[in-house]
Ligand binder design. Structure first.
Ligand SMILES: [Zn+2]
Length: 142
């Protein structure tokens, strides 16, 4: 480890301390510090991924605020939306949606909607966020 380190001095309840010491004794982690560092790293990775997902769904929400499905389709098609799998251009009637907890709010629906477009050629269903990801990558020249 590098010489530049910060030291964490954090209070813990006795039972947590006991449990961890017991676990360290029985398992492969060499030290308590190593266990804690690994645990924090894993948790941070999870939390960053969750945050990224939330940010993405928030961006989607803002982009399509107050639109109904037809308007969303019109917007996507006007930007040249293509099937993620085979590259066939979508038409406005290819859009569909269903109730889904991680979806976006769409005008005329009470529940959040998972929005996607179905390819007429290969039948692959491209999720809205994937189509938008493609737009972003294209805009960046990737
Ligand atoms: Zn396709």
């Amino acid at each position: 480890m590098s010489k530049q380190v910060k030291r964490w001095n954090i209070p813990v309840p006795p039972h947590l301390d006991r449990q961890l010491k017991e676990f360290i004794k029985k398992n492969a982690y060499k030290t308590q510090s190593e266990f804690i560092r690994t645990a924090v790293r894993d948790r941070l990775k999870e939390e960053f991924e969750r945050l990224e997902k939330e940010t993405k769904s928030h961006e989607l929400q803002v982009t399509f605020e107050n639109m109904n499905l037809a308007k969303i389709a019109k917007t996507l098609v006007s930007k040249g939306a293509k099937c993620i799998m085979c590259g066939t251009l979508f038409s406005e009637r290819d859009i569909e949606s269903y109730d889904h907890g991680s979806g976006i709010s769409v005008k005329d629906y009470d529940k959040p909607q998972w929005v996607y477009m179905t390819c007429r050629k290969c039948h692959y269903q491209s999720a809205l966020w994937k189509i938008l990801n493609k737009f972003q990558r294209r805009a960046k020249g990737e």
